[in-house]
Structure formats: structure tokens, C-alpha cells
Design a protein around this ligand. Structure first.
Ligand SMILES: [Zn+2]
Length: 248
């Protein structure tokens, strides 16, 4: 329980205020939340603050001046044995070029990350996010797509030249992206493959974010209560920049 810092002598101070005071004494790790004197997790970061932290981390990554990814080691691991309180959930693509902790320059215990090809939303992804939001009070969910996404391209190809008979497991991913691509193919974008692919990545992020906002009673309740925000973003493979473009 190395993370515990005594909070005696502050009667009448509520748990969040107490955690903030503790946070002032514990700036080294800059954690999103802390434990109160009873050992319960206290999330002291708002969605706006969490978003700002991600933007700052991505700016450090782009500037090639990372600070957080280098933080680790025995002391932090020991502190985190007491529990985790990640300040953001990232639902990203499995693409090896888009590791969430690195592109946002965050450390152990900072992010609750779910990665799946095409950053699709299926029941296990919803369940994972419900777990983090409910258990840790994590206030922000980011659906993180990226330029040049192979899962989105594969879906476009499948619609143009249906192969049929492929792996049903891979087919289940394509099936999640398919409705989004189908509606874009009904527009003039169908004449321009590069623009279609770029628009499909963003539309797929929006579809996943909407699914999370409305596809779970628990998450919808938290969103309506102002305790959870779901935003969509796109990572640019070329520049390294994350553009938050949906729900911000
Ligand atoms: Zn991808």
C-alpha cells in the first residue's frame, strides 16, 4: 500500500478534496486519481482535464520529448499494487503503429486500453469499458482510429469484390465496419478511392463512439449524469498527431 498517504487531521474534508491534497504531496507520478484514507479509489480528474492530459502527451510524442513513457520502475509498480485508477479509456486499433501509451506519452496505470482491429465495438469491448467506468470512475473514453487503417480498407475491398467464404472471425470485424462504408459508397465518394478510405476511417470512429454512447444502459446513464464523456479521434500515421474530431 505504498500509495497510501495519511489524511488524518482533515475532518470535514470530503474524499475528493482529500485526494487532491494528497496529489499535491505526490506530484512525481501525476496520477489521475488517488486512494482516499479508506483505501477506496477516488477519481479526481474530469473528462476535460483527462482530454487536456492526452493532448499534452501527444504533443510531447510529436515533439519527440516524451516524459511519461520513461517513468516506470520498481517504485511505481509498487505504488500501483494498491490499485489502478486510469484517467482515460482508449479503444484503439491493434495496428502496431498506433500504441496508445506511446502516442499519448503515458505511463503504467494511466490508460485503460482496449485494442481490436478497426477499433470496432462488440459486446466484449462495451463490457471492458463498462468495467473501467464503473469500477474506476474513469471519466473519458477515446475511440482512436488512424489513417491507413487496414481493417477499414479490407471492408472497402470486401464490398467492391466480395470474396465470400473467408474466415468468419475476420468476417465479424468486417461486418461491424460494413454499414458505415456502405452508406459512404452511396455518395460521390465512391468515385474517389483515397477520399472514400479517409472518410470511412472517420465515419467508423464516429459509429463506434455513438455505439458506446447509446449501446449500453450503464454507459448512457453515466454520460447523461455528466460522469463520462465519449470522444472520437484519428491518429495520423505520417505526422504522429492525434486529431480529436468527434464529441469535443
Ligand atoms: Zn487499423
Amino acid at each position: 500500500m505504498g500509495a497510501r498517504i495519511p489524511a488524518e487531521g482533515v475532518p470535514g474534508v470530503d474524499a475528493v478534496e482529500r485526494a487532491e491534497r494528497v496529489g499535491e504531496l505526490w506530484p512525481r507520478f501525476g496520477r489521475g486519481s488517488l486512494r482516499d484514507m479508506t483505501g477506496s479509489e477516488v477519481q479526481s480528474v474530469t473528462a476535460t482535464e483527462a482530454l487536456a492530459r492526452l493532448r499534452q502527451g501527444n504533443a510531447r510524442f510529436v515533439d519527440e520529448s516524451p516524459q511519461r513513457v520513461a517513468i516506470g520502475g520498481e517504485r511505481l509498480r509498487r505504488d500501483l499494487l494498491a490499485g489502478q485508477a486510469p484517467f482515460a479509456v482508449i479503444l484503439g486499433c491493434s495496428d502496431s503503429r498506433v500504441p496508445a501509451e506511446i502516442v499519448f506519452d503515458q505511463s503504467l496505470g494511466d490508460l485503460f486500453v482496449i485494442r481490436v482491429a478497426g477499433n470496432i465495438v462488440a459486446p466484449s469491448q462495451v463490457g471492458s469499458i463498462e468495467f473501467a467506468a464503473d469500477r474506476f470512475g474513469t471519466p473519458l473514453v477515446v475511440v482512436l482510429g488512424h489513417t491507413g487503417c487496414g481493417a477499414v480498407s479490407a471492408t472497402i475491398e470486401e464490398l467492391e469484390r466480395p470474396s465470400g467464404g473467408g474466415s468468419p472471425n475476420l468476417g465479424s470485424i468486417v461486418a461491424r465496419i460494413r454499414p458505415t462504408v456502405e452508406s459512404l459508397r452511396e455518395t460521390e465518394l465512391v468515385e474517389d478511392p483515397a477520399r472514400l478510405a479517409a472518410a470511412a476511417v472517420r465515419a467508423n470512429v464516429r459509429a463506434s463512439a455513438d455505439h458506446l454512447r447509446h449501446g449500453s444502459a450503464l454507459l448512457e446513464e453515466l454520460v447523461e449524469a455528466g460522469r463520462l464523456r465519449v470522444v472520437g479521434a484519428e491518429y495520423c500515421l505520417e505526422s504522429g498527431v492525434v486529431d480529436f474530431f468527434d464529441g469535443v
